[in-house]
Design a protein around this ligand. Sequence first.
Ligand code: ATP
Length: 231
Amino acid sequence: MTNTPLLSLQDLRFRWPRAEHDCLTIPHFELHAGETLFLRGPSGAGKSTLLSLLAGVLTASQGQVSLLGQDWRKLGTARRDRHRADHVGYIFQQFNLLPYRSALDNVLLPCGFSARRRERAGQPREAAQALLARMGLSAQDWQRKASELSVGQQQRVAAARALIGAPELVIADEPTSAMDEALRDAFMTLLLEACAAAGSALLFVSHDARLASAFQRQLDLAAINEAKAGL
Ligand SMILES: Nc1ncnc2c1ncn2[C@@H]1O[C@H](COP(=O)(O)OP(=O)(O)OP(=O)(O)O)[C@@H](O)[C@H]1O
């Protein structure tokens, strides 16, 4: 085993088109295999932007961002999409489920994009059902269209989709924002347990400081970002 971090970022500089200032200037950041990290920062600080850079959805204007030792900028679009599908599960702020597909089909999507995830899932259908059950969705709900599920159920489907095929990295962008306290606490326990069971690292963004203590590491984006937020 090498000591290569799962994620590494060096001398990153990122500016949105037409913006007058850098959104992010981060000299260094690392996340290790299996690690759980809580990332906080005020609204507009650049948390979602950073997640997109780490997942290779955006590429940096300067600097290096690598996942499993692979620099995102050295990959063309198709290979970038493959690398992401193989190794990253993403829980979006707005879930991004396919509304007319069933909960089960939504969870199976990454296995359609990535042979590696499909293989790691073993029997994908059974794996998807097990994840949905673990997330507290009943067998009846598995066949319901995503658009017919409650917001809390949709968030749990999105989590199951991110976890299928045990990607090395799970990224969660404010996944509990639409949940009440009881559901949120149950969801956090499930998510952390499922990541531990899969050996996935978890990079979790939230404004809710009460969740932070469940993570191995906590980080304020302002502590690593040298760009002047809000200018
Ligand atoms: N697609 C985009 N095009 C141009 N500017 C953008 C885009 N997305 C975000 N920004 C800008 O980048 C900055 C950081 O936004 P970002 O969404 O990353 O912050 P955040 O910390 O995730 O905020 P929040 O906590 O409110 O979700 C903001 O100034 C925002 O206006």
